[in-house]
Structures are given as C-alpha cells and as structure tokens.
Design a protein around this ligand. Structure first.
Ligand code: AMP
Ligand code: TRP
Length: 333
C-alpha cells in the first residue's frame, strides 16, 4: 500500500539548502515512488503569522512552487496548491483549536524562539500555528509527513490532536494519526556563519545560507567565507564533537552525495580544510545551479505556474471539503 504524503513549505522568501536537504529532497524521493499519493502545500496562511509584504508574498508563492518543480517534484504525480485557496484549512483549524489544549501549545519551542523576548507582541496566529498545521495534515488522511527536524514537535502535537478528537467524539480512526518522516542524519542544516544556529530565511546575513536561487559564483564565495576553525580535517567522529561548523559542512557534503559522515571523514582525513571546501563547492554547484537556473526559467512562465496551482486547488478542495463536512456532522453543526 502506498503512503499518503502531505507536507508544507512557507512562502516567506528564498528557499535555502536547509529546506532542500531537510525536506524537499525527501519530497522528491517520495514523489518518485509511484505507490505514494503526494500533496505538497505552499502554506501562505502560515506565512502571515509574521509580517509579510503582500506584493512579495504573491511572488513568493510562485517562487516556492517553482522551487518544488525545479527540485524535481512532478506536478502530474502530486497535488500542489496554496493553502489559502482551500478554505477548509482555516475552518478545520478553528474546530481543532477547540480540541487542542493551551497547555500543549505553550510547550512549543518554535513559538518561544520566533516570538523572542516580547511574547505579548507576537500574533495569536503565531501561537496557534501548529493547530493550523495539524488541520493541513488531518484533512487529507495523511499517513506520512516529511519534514525537517525542527517540525518534530509540531507533528507530535498533530498526533495528540487527532487522538484527542477521535476519543472525545468517539470516532475511532476518523483522523488518521500520521507518522513523521525525518532524515536520521543531518536533519538540521546549520548556518554557514554559526554552526549552532539553524540555517534560516530570516537570518540577516545572506552569507549564512545557500539559496536555491544562488549562482555558481555566489555558492563558491559563500563556502569560501563559511566559518571554520583552525584544526585540520578530523580523522574520527569524536574529533567533531566540539566543532559545530566543521561538522555541519561535512554533513552537508555527505548528504549531497548521499553518503555518510563516516565515509566523508575517511575520504578527507589528513587533508587540509581548503581542499575539502573546494570539493564541497563543487558538489553544491553541481546540485544547486541546475535548480537555480530552472527556478529562474519557471518564474518567467507565470501562466504555467498559476495553472498548476489552480489544478491543485480544485483537487485539494474536493478532498478537504468532504472531510470538513464530516467534521461538521461529528461535532453537531
Ligand atoms: P519553512 O521554510 O519553515 O516552511 O520550512 C520548510 C521545511 O524545511 C520544513 O520541513 C522544515 O523543517 C525544513 N527546514 C527549514 N530549515 C531547515 C534547516 N535549517 N535544516 C533542515 N530542515 C529545515
Ligand atoms: N510548519 C511548517 C514549517 O514551518 C510548514 C507546514 C505547514 C507544514 N503545514 C504543514 C509541514 C503540514 C508539514 C505538514 O516548516
């Protein structure tokens, strides 16, 4: 039996190597398996939990779709749509927010990180964000959700919401309890400037990340400037323990060539760091530049992109509105 896959990416600006290695690469593999049913969502409702410029948001929605396609997601074998066009998401999120407990939400570490020191100024949406994410997943009876490591806690919350709803309303199995798919190794790609911080779209310095739209010169320059330490290449995993930057770069390399950290350590042991950086730049350029060029090309084909979102919207709407109808019956509307 194939899996029912669902995942989402926020259209909040350039997608980067963390998104690609942590999530999108997995989407492509799952999408390549003909047994799976895949739904990929551009989660624009999630994007507005922090301030967005409306004009940029509209462009970013297309750019996120273009990044999916350029990375290898096949629109003929998946449903791709943007969340705001399927009103069932907002509706189900409200109903599920009456199942979720405030105690569960208050434990979410991402909210604490994103809200920063002044939590009172964070939007209510940023706080209830994981409930909307649960709605996204549960509306499609998804069985598997590929995400980066940072979404693990949100997925556990989604499982709690599903189980609680099923038991509160005595509807065993109504919501499927989904399994996360998280890469075992290198599930968290770190900033090129600080190996203890996640690579992210919101980091001020562009030198901290490789964007999927970077060209060869930008990639080579960023790897050249990436922070390292003054030690030689390690000869064991132990030696990487207190070297977050070296570990991150070696993890990125291993992930890109579908190898393991152990093998990368053996291959580069005794060499100097600049030699490793050259090899890393080379594999990055080979992998990212074709994606970057394809994104740029696709962005000139707005009608094509909009047609994919329109088709995806129709298919997603059919599934999600059926599920919402059943939810209405269950809760007594
Ligand atoms: P976002 O851009 O926050 O919507 O994230 C889209 C997907 O990329 C999610 O599955 C995240 O878990 C994943 N992701 C984002 N940043 C990273 C990172 N630095 N390392 C690994 N995965 C990431
Ligand atoms: N919260 C996820 C992130 O920031 C994006 C997301 C929204 C998502 N809805 C989802 C991921 C449903 C998986 C499934 O990365």
């Amino acid at each position: 039996m194939g899996k029912k896959i669902f995942s989402g990416v926020q259209p909040t600006g350039n997608l980067h190597l963390g998104n690609y290695l942590g999530a999108i690469k997995n989407f492509v593999e799952l999408n390549n398996d003909k047994h799976n049913h895949c739904i990929f969502c551009v989660v624009d409702l999630h994007a507005i939990t922090t301030k967005q410029d409306p004009k940029e948001l509209r462009n970013n929605i297309r750019e996120t779709l273009a990044s999916f396609l350029a990375s290898g997601i096949n629109p003929k074998r998946s449903i791709i749509f943007n969340q705001s066009r399927v009103s069932a998401h907002s509706e189900a999120a409200w109903i599920l927010s009456c199942t979720a407990r405030t105690g569960w939400l208050s434990r979410m570490t991402q909210f604490k990180e994103k809200a920063g020191k002044d939590k009172e100024k964070a939007s209510v949406g940023l706080y209830s964000y994981p409930v909307l994410m649960a709605a996204d997943i549960l509306l499609y009876d998804s069985t598997h959700v590929p995400v980066g490591d940072d979404q693990k806690q949100h997925l556990e919350l989604c499982r709690d919401i599903a189980q609680r709803f099923n038991s509160d309303f005595e509807v065993e199995d109504f919501f499927k309890v989904p399994e996360p798919i998280i890469q075992k190794e290198f599930s968290r790609i770190m900033s090129l400037k600080d190996g203890t911080k996640k690579m992210s779209k919101s980091e001020l310095s562009d030198l901290s990340r490789i964007n999927l739209t970077d060209d060869a010169d930008q990639i080579i320059n960023k790897i050249k400037k990436a922070k390292t330490d003054s030690f030689p290449m390690p000869s064991s995993k132990e030696e990487l323990k207190d070297r977050p930057e070296a570990k991150n770069l070696m993890g990125i390399y291993s992930n890109l060539i579908n190898s393991t950290l152990e093998k990368t350590i053996i291959d580069f042991s005794g060499k100097n760091f600049s030699e490793f950086k050259n090899s890393l730049s080379q594999v990055l350029v080979e992998k990212i530049v074709p994606i970057s060029e394809e994104i740029k090309k696709l962005l000139t084909e707005k009608n094509y992109l909009d047609k994919i979102l329109q088709d995806g919207h129709e298919k997603a709407n059919e599934i999600a509105s059926e599920k919402v109808k059943k939810i209405h019956e269950i809760v007594g509307f």
